[in-house]
Design a protein around this ligand. Structure first.
Ligand SMILES: [Zn+2]
Ligand SMILES: [Zn+2]
Length: 229
């Protein structure tokens, strides 16, 4: 990782900067971009050397090398920020006075930024994946989630049904709490097997029991063994 970051910069800076320096390419007058490139190259040389240090096999060097790598990488990051400040935020006369140095600085900055931004880009690529896959995943979870328990038609038909007539239940209790209508003579009333023997219009409670297996009022099992009289 560090080698992939440092080695190409060492090579490019090492070739381009001396080439143009010897041809009289002026240092940028507003910001010392050539000096920045040289220091950046030195940071990269240090990074490459420290990355190669474990190859010599000396285990006593491991700790100091790790500490030095940390310092160099933090230093390189700070130097990168200075480079960004000089080239992007403080645009001077570099592009016209020292075009090669300016272009090389921009290229080195872009390479570093791309390198540091790669993990973020990877994460950004995951976002559409998550957006597209989440509804599918949720649908899958919903499909394996068991449906609320209902009462089978056999059990339903075994529950007591009585035709309503005056006096079947106390007057204040002669209403269906599902539709809130009072019972009228001749209507079919279903009694549940919950301990309180709650009752409702047959059509009202049958629709409920096709998606639930408990009494809507007391939440006790609707089709339990009938309570002893
Ligand atoms: Zn009803
Ligand atoms: Zn009940």
């Amino acid at each position: 990782m560090v080698l992939a970051l440092g080695l190409p910069q060492v090579i490019v800076i090492g070739v381009v900067v001396p080439l143009y320096a010897t041809e009289g390419q002026e240092e940028c007058p507003s910001n010392p971009l050539r000096a920045w490139l040289v220091v950046q190259g030195l940071f990269c040389v240090c990074m490459v050397l420290l990355a190669c240090a474990p190859l010599c096999g000396d285990t006593t060097l491991r700790q100091p090398v790790a500490a030095a790598s940390g310092w160099v990488q933090w230093g390189a990051l700070a130097w990168l920020c200075i480079g960004i400040w000089w080239t992007i935020f403080q645009r001077g006369s570099c592009a016209s006075a020292a075009p090669v140095t300016h272009a090389l600085t921009l290229a080195v900055l872009a390479y570093n930024l791309m390198f540091y931004a790669l993990p973020c880009l990877g994460f950004l690529c995951f976002i559409p994946l998550i957006i597209f896959c989440l509804p599918v995943a949720l649908r899958l979870v919903a499909s394996v989630e068991p449906a609320p328990e209902s009462v089978s038609e056999d059990v339903l038909s075994s529950l007591e049904v009585t035709r309503y007539a005056e006096g079947l239940c106390p007057k204040e209790d002669a209403a269906c709490v599902i539709c809130l209508d009072e019972y009228a003579p001749g209507q079919d009333i279903r009694f549940l097997n919950c301990p309180a023997r709650h009752h409702y219009h047959r059509d009202c409670i049958d629709a409920w029991l096709r998606t639930n297996n408990t009494c809507p009022v007391c939440r006790e099992p609707a089709a339990a063994q009938p309570p002893a009289p």
